[in-house]
Design a protein around this ligand. Structure first.
Ligand code: PMV
Length: 367
């Protein structure tokens, strides 16, 4: 049964938001550094409402090698002076990112009111090429949120929840980059303590340990800018002809995946993960206006994965984010065989032969 999750969410949000307000005033100059990884969704978040609230729960693997490292210099300013910030990426001033960061600060101000009395200099860098087409907003917003929360010196669990809560206000999927190896964002009966306002880690006693060994080979099919942003994509779900059916399906897939993760059923895992990836792109193709982010090489890789799996019976599957790149997921125990095939057969489909080999990781940390 599809619940009236929108009204339920509103009640939930009204009850809980104020717990994230910190009345903190920092009177001395502070420097803090945090790094946060990217993540890859298995159950996709696609469609939102209110202030960055998901239409359905999502679940992801947190990555480890693909991360953003951010240094904040926080300087108190005199009364009567307005809050201001500078943003540098890879050592260079990046005015083109200002509007997104400004929106983020505006949204989080009610929860971190001390910001208003400070000037903040942000220095960020990615461990992966910025132009790679890998979603960098998740790691970037999670690293920034982690720095802000680190300054507040909160207790561990609450700090993680607040970091996820703030990261979500920058980019929904960023809420899932604070913890790892598996996190869930969005209230669902399948996961205790799950919430629409922050992501929670799936307890390691609730899933088969094989999933802690998962590798993610990211095939960079197209390293250019996406033709249609995720913001626009979420918006197009508002009047999408298959919207309600999709949200219902995501709740059901979440319920199934939680059981599959517990049982360690790799065949069922593959079915759900690939269905979610293709559904995401089918939604793009059937909205109004419609669009296609997959390239012909994305399709070639998908066909190769299906052929290889049929021939070898090895448990490799693909997933896609909102772009042309392909993420190949497989357990460490089969990595030698699978990576040999990737290097010999799939490199040719990648722009400049670029493949990033990553694996599941533990989330954001202060460095
Ligand atoms: O966090 P956003 O607004 O960039 O949206 C991310 C959407 C997907 O990457 C396609 C799916 C997901 O759950 O990460």
């Amino acid at each position: 049964m599809l619940k009236d999750f929108t009204s339920e969410t509103s009640i939930f949000v009204n009850m809980n938001l104020s717990i994230f307000k910190t009345n903190f005033f920092n009177s001395i100059q502070t420097k803090v550094t945090c790094q946060a990884p990217s993540n890859i969704a298995l159950i996709k978040y696609w469609g939102k409402h209110g202030e960055q609230l998901p239409k359905n729960p999502s679940l992801s693997f947190t990555l480890s090698s693909c991360f953003t490292k951010t240094v904040l210099d926080i300087i108190p300013i005199s009364k009567g002076t307005d809050f201001s910030f500078d943003f540098y990426f890879g050592g260079k001033s990046k005015p083109e990112f200002h509007s997104k960061v400004k929106v983020f600060f505006k949204r989080i101000l009610p929860y971190c009111p001390w910001i208003a009395n400070h000037h903040i200099t942000i220095n960020s860098q990615n461990s992966f090429p910025h132009s790679s087409g890998i979603a960098s907003s998740a790691s970037a917003m999670a690293a920034l949120a982690s720095c802000l929360v680190a300054v507040e010196e909160l207790s561990d669990d609450y700090a993680d929840q607040k970091a996820s809560f703030l990261a979500r206000l920058g980019s929904g999927s960023a809420s899932r980059s604070i913890n790892g190896p598996i996190t869930v964002w969005g209230a669902t009966d399948s996961v205790e303590e799950s919430s629409d306002i922050f992501a929670v880690p799936l307890s390691e006693s609730d899933y088969n340990p094989i999933f802690n060994t998962y590798c993610d080979a990211i095939l960079l099919i197209d390293q250019g800018q996406k033709k249609v942003s995720s913001t626009k994509g979420h918006q197009l779900m508002e009047n999408h002809p298959f919207g309600m059916a999709r949200f219902k399906q995501a709740f059901q897939n979440m319920e199934k995946l939680i059981k599959i993760l517990e049982e360690g059923d790799l065949d069922a895992f593959i079915t759900i993960v690939e269905t979610e990836a293709l559904t995401l792109h089918a939604l793009m193709m059937t909205g109004s206006p419609n669009y296609i982010l997959m390239h012909s090489n994305t399709m070639e890789v998908i066909k190769s994965v299906w052929n290889f799996r049929q021939e070898t019976k090895l448990p490799v599957c693909f997933t896609l984010d909102a772009g042309a790149n392909v993420h190949l997921l497989y357990p460490q125990k089969d990595a030698v065989h699978i990576e040999d095939w990737i290097d010999h057969k799939l490199k040719a489909f990648c722009q400049e032969g670029m493949i990033i080999k990553d694996k599941v990781g533990r989330g954001a940390k202060k460095v």
